[in-house]
Design a protein around this ligand. Sequence first.
Ligand SMILES: [Fe+2]
Length: 329
Amino acid sequence: MNTYNENRYKTMRDEYSRMAVAVPPDSERITRESGALFTFAAWGDPQIFHGSSSRTQRFAFACADIAAMEGKLDAVAILGDIAEMGAECEYRMCADLLSGITDKFDDLLCVPGNHDIRIRDYKKQRDKFRDFVLSVKGGVFDNENGGYYFSRDYDCCKFIMMGSDMNSFEGTYISGKQQKWLDAEISRAEAEGKTAFVLNHQTLKHSNGLPVTWGGNGKWRGSIGFQSDRIQDIFEKHRNVVFITGHLHYGFSVYNYEDCGCYKLLSLPTVGVINHGPMCKDSQGYIVSVFPDKITIRARLHMEGRWLNPKAPGAYIEIKRNPAAGSVV
Ligand SMILES: [Fe+2]
């Protein structure tokens, strides 16, 4: 780490040491649901920033809530925009917080967001991202393709991590090679009777409340971008995809979940930045559990250490699952 980053990191640590981060003593603790085959936390956009200690604090609350849970998660999935400026000091701060709860999860699964990749040299930034993930115990980043994309198999499901194949300020560029790989990975999961959780920073065009959830701007903004239709075509060939994304910074609402028939879309609020929309509380995330016949998705207000009122929009989502095929119906 160079001197600039070292100094920034020290400042961030100093700020963190003065923060009050404690889950309320009367909180409803997170527990693994009985009968769940696989359980993971899904977080969007920590966006840790050396210029904003509140981002660190919001993310630290989410980690503290997981630290207080009963039992442990199979994985923590972070849907991109780990670091606001893609800076080493920001990744290190994020890694410190995650490293404090590694006894509470087995695997850390991350995809990059536009903030992680933009402006800087692609390869250097990719290596920085990889080093961040691997610096946390349980961090998974085992691709050999020079990009960000790879997959991870579990007994009942497969995680397919997507990532841009070149710098992009706001969208994601998915090369033809990665598109073919994506299709093949989903097919493989399907043949093995597994649900495919496909992780990417941005959702599809005209989905999850766009353009409302992106401030009402543009025909494609807030989404993957120009290649959205190609990714959608791939999903439509299969019956087992749950596509999980972040980027929108829009709190729990009617827009988080979209049932597209043979595939499903789940858009996450941000765990680190300010959430837009009517439910704008800090530190929002989902706890996802896979059962033989269903997938449950529960909205968590990490800072308050409680579940969102089950009657609120986006609070509880249930997807039916074919136990033999892993398909979502
Ligand atoms: Fe983003």
